[in-house]
Design a protein around this ligand. Structure first.
Ligand SMILES: Cc1cc2nc3c(=O)[nH]c(=O)nc-3n(C[C@H](O)[C@H](O)[C@H](O)COP(=O)(O)O)c2cc1C
Length: 170
């Protein structure tokens, strides 16, 4: 599968089969995160692989009861191990770095036939308590990971003419 096919066909998956993921597939997805670019190549991240059913359910509750999160055989929790660095452009590095790694994992998962759904709606303090995450570490995103149990629905996107301009901001 080429990159553009993955980008254009991937959709958020909110229903999962009760089928385990192979260790090779999981490792491949984690490798996609490991190989991602980061600000000054800092790699200040940690990815928690959660397979325990009870823990997955707790994470779903911490995500305002989005129960499909707990139904997937794996939940990936993406953390920043340092959150103070501000890039010269004024943006915090950690959200950018960890988000790129998550995006790469999501696309790699799609190539392997696995579904994901970026989860940004969660109570960080609860997630940290459930997973014993140290105080200074920030949780940037989570995603369930598993075989989709739903047809992928098409989501519309703005046209290029609406989001691109040339030479100056218009
Ligand atoms: C930063 C971010 C946070 C998101 N948080 C959630 C979430 O908490 N729950 C959810 O079901 N989807 C969440 N989504 C998925 C978006 O709703 C979804 O990507 C968007 O509607 C486009 O649909 P698609 O992913 O199927 O193309 C999130 C996506 C992003 C990028």
């Amino acid at each position: 599968m080429d990159v553009f096919t993955a980008i254009s066909q991937r959709r958020s998956v909110r229903a999962y089969k009760d089928t385990d993921i192979g260790e090779d597939e999981l490792k491949r997805i984690l490798e996609a995160a490991r190989l991602s670019p980061s600000s000054s190549n800092r790699q200040e991240w940690k990815f928690i692989v959660v397979k325990n059913k009870e823990t997955r359910k707790k994470l779903a509750n911490a995500a305002f009861g989005q129960s499909f999160i707990g139904e997937a055989p794996v939940v990936l929790v993406a953390c920043a191990t340092e959150s103070k660095a501000i890039m010269a452009c004024g943006q915090p590095a950690y959200t950018v770095d960890v988000s790129i790694a998550c995006a790469f994992m999501i696309l790699q998962a799609y190539e392997l036939g696995l579904g994901t759904c970026w989860i940004g709606a969660f109570k960080e303090d609860e997630v940290k308590e459930i997973l014993k995450i140290p105080e200074h570490v920030r949780v940037v995103a989570m995603t369930p990971l598993g075989y989709p149990n739903q047809p992928l629905s098409q989501k519309s996107r703005k046209g290029l003419d609406q989001i691109v301009c040339f030479e100056k901001y218009e």
